[in-house]
Design a protein. Structure first.
Lengths: 427, 835
């Protein structure tokens, strides 16, 4: 097994010290291996968190008129005041030509619209930013990446072959796989399971290959996709196997007993944000895609409409006010998350500075079904944040240019992504 | 022939232009005649750039202008190119519906239009059929997660929930079975292994089990509760255990012992009702998964009525997983918040109560109804008659202290047994004969492991696990062209049973009888008589009618105080029973639009404002005149899934009816149309709001089609009750009396009824709307036939299949459009019998 382990404080040590159950206010989580000293010393960001939403945001309440750090705090941005300077809001940015409902698949892939505008069965999507980055900055972490979030019907994460990556929907399960150790016997049988698992995959891969030879050209292509999924699985099992013997990071965050109710917006989003933060902090993974979006019907003071209904407001002021109740709540939760990320020190830096956070929606104005002037927040990540970057709201700047910029910020030496036409230079 | 360019106006798709075109209600084409004249013969060759298109379309859709992203100037029709089929389908439909050319442009004559559509249709069908011959109508597809679970259950004769281990399957063209959406990611292959482990652990139990044979009378039931519980909410009275409050855990909880093993269990309850105004009282039977999870809310699976007049006994069966409990409780009894204060004050309880006299549970049951014994059937399937031994006997090493000593299969001739068992298992698992090369590979791997010292039981388990993760197990193998008999067997079984073919079907595939219509017919009849058909009824209605979303929204408790879990289950059951009878009795699919009967129970009859029906068990009743009910559209389940819990939306309901019942998918606004944001300011009612919305030309095209059914259903509230007025949260000075529970809610504005069809015919209310729908019987039949065909074949109906759908409808027209007849016809159709 592994030799050069560096476990800052193992669970066993804690047990010996009789410290189990004692809250450690200054230290929410013990850092496991992989958090090598070299990493910690560098202030360069090495993590990416994408937050995907699908119902836009009410632009008049969101976007300021003045660019720069001295922007006027609009009704929505007031909720982010405590973190002014730690993020940049872009206006006038979009995936050009993307439009309408069903543009979710393109949000983080920046794919040419023609490849995904037809119904799902005609999709030819490309790789999403999280998947692209995972192999480049992923590092030696327990999980290559996470795609998590409440149940939704669309996919934001896509492989290079255009296959959607499913979202893990139960926070209790995600928490368990990140932080709850099995018993010794369970770990032993898990290692055995993973080992036979790889040998089985080997056989599955061979069968997929030979089956493909008997099929038509289109099916052969599908079998190739299957084969590549098998290869991905093998890689994952190898990774899990190498980690199976390692204790999971210890956190004093209370283990969630049940998945929050679907109408509890704050309970639900806070838990997801917290899990993302803990996963990044403990270096369990470096790439996370959090799928949020249509929150459905939630309980908030004064709210009587469901999210989708309110977002299709038709300029009706009552409905816009209803929408604002939801969007303000979401921004408050996002603000809380940025603060929590900034409060965690990492060497001379903070977890926030070492994590590129991008929150975006594939719709600008859901009421008009347009995908222009998208609400795009970039936070943390060591960028020189500009408060509000204002591009031409008639002729939008390609959002993929920001993705290319993010790649460079993460130390990936590439200068294009999706439909980028350049690398954004303003942050 | 150069294209004719002249008119410079680039005006299309405006409110006036679309509003004046006749839009057919159902399906994709104006008349069936157009399609039936498609010929198979090769069309005449024509130069690139079509004359008709040149004359009528290219002025806008030219090479340079590309109006709506469409270049018809270079569009070749004969032959129609594969990559253009989707575009041409849209061209065909819009021209045939009269939407194009726009009405303010020069119109083709009727003859010219028909000639063109015939030519275009024939060319498209030919290209479509050629494509189908080389590729099939859809890709080779994997099992859905539900199919996977059913397949493993049937193959191994176990009961374990496996579907939940997988990511949700995408719904494409309305169904999760449509292959294009059934992608496979690394998550799937990880889950396949977990699921196989779970299934094999259940199938090869390491611990001996004793089947449950539980029976207790009232005294035993009462005394089994913990002593400290005193008599909260229940007491003993002669031979009866009296329960006054529902779900008062643990005081009035009545649980049978834990299931020793997953499977089907028989439940028998002897009881009677008390103090319920002479009406029967329902006893709920639920499944309890984990004592600590939600002890107050077991999943309600079924209920049975108990009379006040006499003691009666009900016998039923229920599926349990290992370590689950059967829980019985009074569904409609009072809540503990009512019972306890009165109990503490020492009041006598004079309200409804259940008197339970005897409770029995036994199982797991084998298929023949007898008790499963050790070793279980699943073990026989995997290890035949090989003896089970304690691991310590096999390894000749005593188990370490504190570690279990499991029972494991053992063999004196491991290599021979391994080969024998695998040869027996693989064809069943892969649903077809398995090539020697594949068998040899499995055997070789197991032999290698045995040579390496891996114990027999371990090596075998790995072999079986590999089989359950194999593409041959996970994929429905079909090659382009006519299906081979084994592929037909799987098509039939995944269509009608949502699971694998049984031995009889596989035998019929092997002896060739499935290659003949009469052989298929006799198997379809046999299959529809099998209880496994319930899976089809469930799966199809869950998806077609969206019933799987029945729990997606919780009705607002202030506005809809009468809604509860019992009502939710009632409305679900109504639709399921209704569909079941349609299928079982070959009733006309037009009854899905309107029928003079339905299934009701006490809560539903009250919700519908119909004469009292006693009891909670669903009963088939005739609907009185003027009931506004009958058919799917007016069933509470459908009305609930099309609302969001507090509000209804004519748009959402209209879209639902249009797509699911009429079979029309409204097209998205074309690319390049500048979006004009809808402006509904100042609109006081939903109708005025939508009128304003429709004044936007980008919106009207769809809304004139989807709004009418939405407005027809506006008379029904979010839980399916009839309404003349909306219910509102704030006081208006007026109230609505809620029947049955004697509560009041605030009365809002009156509901506006009536609207116009897309073609302008007015209707006064839902009853009139349904009658207008029924004028296009063939259209309704085509719509449902297309849904069933997509479900049955895992591929949506393409242009080239339209003629087949028309033929299906012709086949059942003389049979009163019977639903069962439609199933028989589908099984014999070209799309079903070809990949």
């Amino acid at each position: 097994m592994r030799t050069n382990l560096r476990i800052p404080m193992s669970r066993r040590l804690l047990l010996k010290a009789g410290a189990v159950g004692v809250a450690l206010p200054a230290l929410e989580a013990m850092l496991p291996r992989g958090h090598a000293a070299g990493d910690a010393a560098s202030d360069a960001p090495n993590r990416l968190l994408l937050v995907g939403r699908n119902l836009g945001m009410h632009a008049p309440f969101l976007f300021p008129e003045t660019p720069g750090l001295g922007y006027e705090a609009t009704r929505y941005l007031k909720h982010l005041e405590p973190n002014r300077g730690r993020f940049t809001l872009f206006s006038g940015i979009a995936h050009l030509r993307h439009t309408n409902h069903h543009s979710e698949p393109g949000l983080f892939t920046g794919v040419d619209w023609d490849r995904i505008k037809e119904p799902l069965r005609e999709h030819r999507n490309t790789i999403s930013l999280d998947q692209h980055v995972a192999d480049r900055i992923g590092g030696d972490t327990r999980f290559r990446n996470l795609v998590i979030g409440p149940p939704v019907q669309w996919h934001f994460s896509w492989t290079a072959k255009g296959v959607p990556v499913p979202t893990e929907r139960q926070p209790t399960q995600v928490f368990k796989k990140l932080f709850i150790d099995g018993t010794e016997a369970e770990i032993k049988s898990e290692v055995e399971r993973l080992r036979t698992g790889r040998s089985i995959l080997d056989q599955v891969g061979e069968q997929a290959k030979s089956l493909g030879r008997q099929l038509g050209p289109e099916d052969r292509r599908r079998l190739e996709l299957m084969f590549s999924a098998v290869r991905d699985t093998e890689r994952n099992l190898l990774r899990f196997e190498s980690w199976a013997g390692e204790p999971k990071p210890v956190t004093n965050y209370p283990t969630p007993k049940a998945d929050p109710a679907s109408d509890d917006l704050a309970g639900r989003e806070n838990l997801w944000f917290d899990i993302a933060r803990l996963a990044l902090h403990t270096d369990s993974t470096r790439v996370i895609l959090l799928t949020m979006g249509d929150v459905g019907r939630v309980k908030l003071d004064g709210l009587t409409l469901a999210h989708h209904d309110a977002s299709h407001h038709g300029k009706d002021e009552t409905k816009i006010e209803q929408l604002a109740i939801i969007e303000e709540a979401e921004l408050e939760l996002f603000n809380r998350f940025i603060t929590a990320m900034a409060d965690i020190r990492e060497g001379d830096s903070t977890l926030l500075d070492r994590t590129v956070i991008l929150s975006a929606s594939n719709l600008g104005n859901a009421s008009a079904h347009t995908s222009e002037n998208l609400p795009v927040f970039l936070a943390g990540g060591g960028f020189k944040h500009q408060g509000h970057v204002l591009y031409d709201r008639e002729n939008n700047t390609p959002l993929s240019n920001l993705y290319a910029r993010i790649l460079q910020q993460l130390g990936v030496e590439e200068d294009r992504f999706g439909c980028s036409t350049g690398v954004l230079q303003d942050v | 022939m150069p294209p004719i360019k002249g008119i410079e106006t680039v005006q299309r798709f405006t409110a006036s232009s679309v509003a004046s075109g006749r839009v057919p209600l159902c399906g994709w084409f104006v008349s069936a005649v157009v399609v039936t004249v498609f010929c198979w013969a090769s069309p005449h060759a024509a130069p690139a750039g079509d004359q008709f298109l040149g004359r009528h379309c290219v002025a806008c859709h030219d090479r340079d202008g590309h109006e709506a992203g469409l270049n018809l100037e270079d569009m070749q029709i004969e032959p129609a190119k594969q990559e253009n089929l989707l575009t041409l389908e849209r061209v065909y439909d819009r021209i045939s519906r009269g939407e194009m050319p726009p009405p303010d442009e020069q119109q083709p004559s009727a003859d010219e239009k028909k000639a063109f559509l015939d030519r275009l249709g024939a060319a498209m069908r030919q290209t479509g059929l050629e494509q189908q011959a080389t590729e099939g109508r859809g890709p080779v597809r994997r099992l859905t997660r539900k199919e996977y679970e059913n397949t493993v259950k049937d193959l191994l004769q176990i009961n374990a929930s496996l579907a939940e281990l997988f990511p949700d399957d995408a719904t494409t063209d309305g169904f999760d079975k449509v292959g294009a959406g059934l992608t496979m990611s690394a998550s799937h292959f990880e889950a396949y292994q977990l699921a196989a482990d779970k299934a094999l652990a259940e199938a090869i139990p390491e611990k001996k089990f004793v089947p449950l044979q539980y029976a207790e009378d009232a005294h035993a039931l009462f005394n089994r509760r913990r002593d400290t519980f005193s008599t909260y909410g229940c007491w003993l009275e002669d031979d009866a255990f009296i329960v006054t409050s529902r779900l008062f855990y643990p005081y009035t909880a009545i649980l049978a012992p834990m299931a020793p093993r997953g499977g089907r269990y028989r439940v028998r309850v002897t009881a009677e009702g008390r103090n319920n105004d002479g009406k029967p009282l329902p006893l709920g039977i639920g499944v309890h998964s984990n004592l600590t999870a939600k002890p107050d809310a077991p999943d309600l699976e079924q209920w049975h009525d108990f009379s006040e007049l006499a003691t009666s006994t009900i016998t039923t069966e229920i599926d349990l997983e290992a370590d689950q409990w059967v829980h019985i409780f009074g569904v409609t009894l009072w809540s503990r918040d009512w019972v306890m204060p009165r109990y503490r004050r020492g009041e006598l309880w004079g309200k409804s109560a259940l008197a339970i006299k005897r409770f029995e549970v036994e199982g797991p049951l084998k298929a023949d109804g007898t008790l499963e014994t050790w070793p279980p059937e699943s073990y026989r399937i995997l290890f035949d008659t090989l003896p089970l031994k304690l691991l310590s006997q096999v390894t000749k090493q005593a188990a370490a202290k504190g570690t279990p000593d499991p029972w494991v299969p053992s063999s004196d001739v491991p290599k021979e047994d391994a080969e024998r068992l695998l040869r027996r298992f693989l064809p069943k698992a892969f649903r077809r004969p398995v090539s020697e090369a594949i068998v040899a590979e499995y055997v070789r791997r197991i032999h290698d492991e045995l040579d390496a010292g891996v114990p027999f039981h371990h090596a075998m388990r790995n072999g079986y696990k590999a089989a359950l993760c194999s593409p041959h197990f996970l994929l429905l193998e079909e090659t382009p062209g006519p299906l081979d008999p084994h592929a037909i067997a799987s098509r039939l079984s995944y269509f009608l049973w949502d699971g694998p073919p049984d031995e009889s079907l596989l035998a019929a595939a092997a002896d060739g009888s499935l290659a003949r219509p009469e052989g298929r017919r006799s198997h379809v009849e046999r299959m529809l008589a099998d209880p496994k058909t319930a899976r089809f009824e469930r799966s199809f209605t869950d998806q077609w009618l969206d019933l799987r979303r029945i729990e997606a929204t919780s009705p607002d408790g202030v506005l809809y105080p009468e809604f509860d879990a019992a009502m939710q289950l009632s409305c679900l059951r109504e639709t399921q029973c209704f569909f079941h009878d349609m299928l079982a009795e070959d009733r006309s699919l037009l009854e899905g639009i309107h029928s003079d009967w339905t299934y009701l129970n006490e809560p539903l009859a009250a919700l519908y404002g119909l004469p009292d029906v006693q009891g909670h068990e669903l009963q088939r009743v005739s609907l009185p005149a003027g009931s506004h009910r009958g058919g799917f559209l007016t069933q509470a389940s459908v009305l609930k899934v099309t609302a969001d819990g507090a509000k209804t939306s004519p748009i959402l309901r209209g879209k639902w009816v249009t797509e699911r019942i009429l079979g029309v998918t409204p097209p998205a606004p074309p690319d390049g149309v500048p979006a004009i944001e809808p402006d509904i300011r100042g609109a006081t009612t939903i109708r005025v709001q939508l009128e304003k919305h429709r004044s936007n030309s980008a919106c009207v095209g769809c809304h004139r089609v989807i709004d009418p059914p939405g407005f027809a259903l506006e008379s029904f509230d979010v839980i399916g009750g009839w309404r003349d007025h909306y219910r509102v949260p704030q006081s208006t000075g007026a109230v609505i009396e809620v029947p049955r529970i004697k509560k009041r809610v605030h009365r809002g504005p009156a509901v506006e009824v009536g609207y116009v069809m897309p073609d302008g015919r007015p209707f006064a209310d839902i009853d009139a709307y349904k009658q207008l729908l029924l004028e296009d019987r063939d259209g309704l039949a085509r719509a449902l036939a297309s849904k069933l065909l997509a479900y049955a074949t895992g591929a949506p109906v393409q242009f080239a299949d339209r003629a087949d759908v028309v033929a299906l409808v012709e086949e059942i027209r003389g049979k009163n459009y019977g639903l069962r007849s439609l199933i028989y016809a589908i099984v014999e159709s070209r799309p079903f019998l070809n990949k």
